[in-house]
Design a protein around this ligand. Structure first.
Ligand SMILES: NC(=O)c1ccc[n+]([C@@H]2O[C@H](COP(=O)([O-])OP(=O)(O)OC[C@H]3O[C@@H](n4cnc5c(N)ncnc54)[C@H](O)[C@@H]3O)[C@@H](O)[C@H]2O)c1
Ligand SMILES: [Zn+2]
Length: 382
């Protein structure tokens, strides 16, 4: 039996047709709200409904709508410095992982007692002084559920995860309408990110009964709905289910942890600026093949849960699950190699070094990853 495992989640989670209306009462007790978002989201029109709820609550608000995608630690700090002048006592994040991650950092550094760079050295020093409401617009990173915030550190050409339970959101609103007009390319890569969270957490060395529950339900929903949610703009039911799946996969991350897919993809984001979901999609196949022999029973459980067909042994079932994930990535037209990004053989030593530095996640991998293994895994996607 495992020594200890625990479940930590946002205090309140709203979903369903009228879920967005919860924002009115959630905001009502506050003196001023700061709405964090970005230009793409503002242009898509999805900000209108959350702002209408804030109007109904008669809470004054300021909108920060130029947040950067995949922020560096210094870009996040700039947003936080501007936000600190607002006097707001509530942050409403309407966005993907990039927006939510900055909002979470702002909520624990608003009193000015530490900076984002301080937290790279000591992730636990921030204390929450401003409440947060997360309204994801991608499905997604699951950042609305996790205590993690990911920032790029330019001088190290790496992305780093700051993990602090203080960053868990106070409230979350999951609304499929928010992803109705999400461009297919972004829906696809963010959906594969959620798939990676779920399968990595389910096969992680840190997996436990709590994380298994959430990761498995996320897998059921993703296998059944991801392609439809991306292909059909009007498939609102599939989009709602992807919103739930991304959230469940985020809860699974909080109780378990991602593994070598995420560890080895961090340098791809940090060094070559490959979007997070795409980098994970590229790493997924080689890592799953590498891990297969160590967790074929877990893959077989996934096969049974998602309605796999035609396989008998655990190994055959694992092959079916892995092939099915490969087919999803290909159906969604996401690159499966580093070729489009100009990465070559000469980049391997630096990639291996940077990847091996992400021990925080590599220790979760069900099979030990040596530097030679990492090199072979990167070589497989050149
Ligand atoms: N904190 C966590 O637990 C966690 C987990 C995984 C990833 N991340 C981080 O999250 C970031 C990636 O987040 P992401 O994949 O959600 O993408 P993103 O937030 O970077 O957004 C990508 C693009 O999509 C656009 N967009 C978002 N929602 C839209 C909508 N509804 N309609 C139209 N356009 C829309 C944005 O304007 C942006 O240009 C990375 O920095 C990654 O490292 C964090
Ligand atoms: Zn991820």
């Amino acid at each position: 039996m495992m020594k200890q495992y625990q479940l930590a989640m946002p205090q309140q989670v709203f979903s369903g047709e009228t879920g967005m209306q919860a924002l009115e009462s959630l905001a009502a007790r506050h003196k001023k709200a700061a709405v964090f978002t970005d230009a793409g989201i503002r242009a898509s029109g999805v900000l209108e409904r959350p702002l209408a709820e804030l109007d109904k609550a008669a809470v004054p608000y300021v909108v920060y709508d130029t947040l950067p995608a995949e922020p560096t630690c210094d870009q996040a700090q700039q947003v936080i410095d501007t936000f600190r002048e607002s006097g707001a006592d509530l942050i409403v994040a309407v966005g993907g992982g990039s927006v939510m991650d900055i909002a979470k950092l702002a909520s624990i550094t608003a009193d000015g007692s530490c900076t984002v760079r301080d937290q790279l050295k000591d992730p636990r020093i921030g204390k929450k002084t401003v409440k947060t409401i997360m309204i994801p617009t991608t499905a997604g990173t699951g950042s609305e559920a996790t205590p993690n915030s990911i920032v790029a550190v330019p001088e190290e050409q790496l992305k780093v995860g700051i993990v602090n339970p203080e960053m868990i959101a106070d409230a979350v609103i999951l609304d499929g309408e928010m992803i109705r007009r999400l461009p297919r390319k972004i829906a696809a890569s963010t959906g594969i990110d959620a798939l990676c969270h779920a399968i990595e957490c389910y096969t992680s060395a840190k997996a436990n009964p709590f994380s298994d529950l959430f990761a498995m339900q996320a897998l059921r929903l993703i296998f059944a709905n991801l392609e439809k949610a991306c292909d059909d703009a009007d498939a609102l039911d599939a989009k709602e289910k992807m919103m739930q799946a991304a959230f469940y996969a985020g809860v699974a991350i909080t109780c378990s942890g991602t593994t070598a897919v995420h560890a080895l993809s961090y340098p791809l984001g940090g060094r070559y600026h490959i979007p997070h979901g795409v980098a994970n999609a590229i790493m997924l196949m080689p890592v799953m093949q590498f891990n297969k022999s160590c967790c074929s029973k877990k893959f077989a459980e996934v096969y049974d849960a998602v309605g796999g067909t035609g396989a008998g042994t655990d190994t055959e079932k694992a092959d079916w699950v892995i092939n099915q994930m490969d087919a999803m990535v290909k159906h969604l037209d996401i690159p499966t190699s580093l070729k489009p990004y100009g990465v070559t053989e000469t980049d391997l030593p630096l990639l291996v070094k940077a990847g091996m530095d992400v021990q925080r996640l590599l220790v979760n991998n069900p099979r030990t990853v040596t530097a030679a293994d990492a090199e072979a895994l990167y070589r497989a996607i050149l």
